[in-house]
Design a protein around this ligand. Structure first.
Ligand code: AMP
Ligand code: MG
Length: 410
């Protein structure tokens, strides 16, 4: 089927993503962790506050607490006690009296306002207030940060450093989280060598597993790296079987565009239900997705830019759902493009751009230059994608385009 947005035989990007997400089941197993072990895990419970934060009205200043109603015309009050952080004033003060108070100390029940110490003159027990005061000044109210029972963090929240601090501030010592995913990585190709090895004529260095493993670390999954598997039927088959046994998801790169030495398709046809898609996106047209016996399978194209972009735009979205995490939020802006962009209608382009602010203070995006799917440096220079819809043709400098800012994974 083809429409205005797709070339014949190509699967529109949004359709590929939706098909994929429809087949993803989130993990259900949970574990309970101490909060200092829970960074980047996905919460498996809602967190409602068990208390008011702060738990009691307290002073925002080092100074003197008093009841505004008992303020005397001469603004002189008598000091009758102290309230320190952790050691509150226990007594009751009368009209004309005040209490020495420190930052964070509980407000005495008999007081409603605080004057900072810089604005009084103290002579023994006689405290002269140098300025007029208003009710409640310099008092932090109970619950002004978080109220008792208030929903603070939601199921599906991937815990950040700040979240860990918030949990501590609520007195929550442990949280229920979803277990980490296990993701297997397989690079296929006889031409691939590891960094540190010597290249023979015709060889190249393997880079896909390195960039994918790094991005998977940021996603907070356990990576099982199968390294480089040669273009050999039985080697590929045993790697896929072993990966499927150990992992929740298996990600391979290379071998999905049907060439002579590409055994991946034959192996996958034997081991699972895998669809070989031609997605209407650039880079990244060939992409395989489906189910092995135990795991989900993502077959990324071999070209480094294609592998990275399809991983970022498709596989990462699916893995996020599998983790039970809230969907990734990506930021799109419409900005002026300062360079011409080559494009023919038929596929959605994820070109690499540099977004900057020009001398007039406008957001402006420029191309990183050559956009070949093997040119990994085009991604290294970029800070955004320039996303051009399928039906769009070339872009002239000065036209408006949509950019998607790079997120924490790139
Ligand atoms: P393939 O899909 O296997 O035909 O690979 C397409 C292109 O990507 C070829 O130029 C491969 O050499 C290259 N390639 C495949 N896998 C990798 C990898 N893991 N790292 C870097 N380049 C790769
Ligand atoms: Mg290959």
């Amino acid at each position: 089927m083809s429409d205005c947005c797709s070339a014949p035989g190509l699967l529109p990007f949004e359709q590929a993503l939706a098909n994929m997400l429809a087949q993803v089941s989130p993990v259900t197993e949970t574990l309970t962790l101490a909060i200092d072990q829970a960074l980047h895990y996905v919460l498996a419970q809602d967190i409602a506050s068990p208390l008011n934060v702060p738990p009691h009205d307290n002073s925002a200043m080092d100074g003197y607490a008093f009841a505004l109603g008992s303020f005397t015309a001469n603004k002189i009050l008598t000091l009758v006690g102290r309230s320190m952080a952790g050691a509150p004033f226990q007594g009751v003060c009368q009209a004309g009296e005040c209490i020495r108070i420190m930052t964070g100390a509980k407000m005495p029940d008999c007081c409603d306002s605080v004057e900072m110490q810089e604005n009084v003159s103290a002579d023994g027990e006689q405290i002269t207030f140098l300025q007029d005061k208003s009710f409640g000044c310099h008092v932090r109210n109970a619950g002004e940060d978080i109220q008792l029972g208030q929903q603070v963090l939601q199921l599906g929240k991937k815990l950040t450093a700040v979240d860990i601090g918030v949990l501590a501030s609520l007195g929550v010592a442990e949280v229920k989280v979803y277990r980490k995913l296990k993701v297997a990585l397989i690079a296929t190709g006889d031409e691939l060598k590891l960094p540190g090895q010597t290249l023979r004529v015709g060889d190249i260095y393997e880079s896909n597993s390195f960039v994918l493993a790094a991005m998977l670390q940021k996603l907070h999954v356990d990576v099982i790296d199968f390294g480089i598997i040669e273009d050999d039927f039985s080697a590929i088959k045993s790697a896929f079987i072993s990966a499927d046994e150990q992992a929740d998801a298996v990600i391979s790169s290379g071998g999905v565009s049907v060439g002579d030495a590409d055994y991946t398709k034959t192996v996958l046809d034997e081991l699972g239900e895998i669809a070989f898609w031609k997605i209407a996106m650039k880079p990244g047209k060939p992409f395989a997705f489906g189910k092995l016996a135990n795991s989900l399978f993502f077959g990324l194209p071999g070209n480094p830019v294609s592998a990275l972009v399809t991983f970022h735009q498709l596989a990462l979205v699916a893995l996020t759902k599998m983790q039970n995490a809230q969907p990734l939020k990506r930021t799109h802006l419409t900005v002026k493009c300062s360079t011409d962009l080559r494009k023919s209608p038929g596929r959605m382009d994820f070109q690499r751009g540099v977004l900057a602010i020009n001398s007039q203070g406008e957001n402006i995006v420029s191309s990183t230059g050559a956009q070949g799917s093997g040119i990994l440096s085009s991604l290294a220079k970029a800070n955004c994608y320039i996303i051009l819809p399928s039906e769009q043709g070339k872009v002239a400098a000065g036209e408006m385009v949509t950019v998607q800012l790079f997120d924490q994974f790139l």
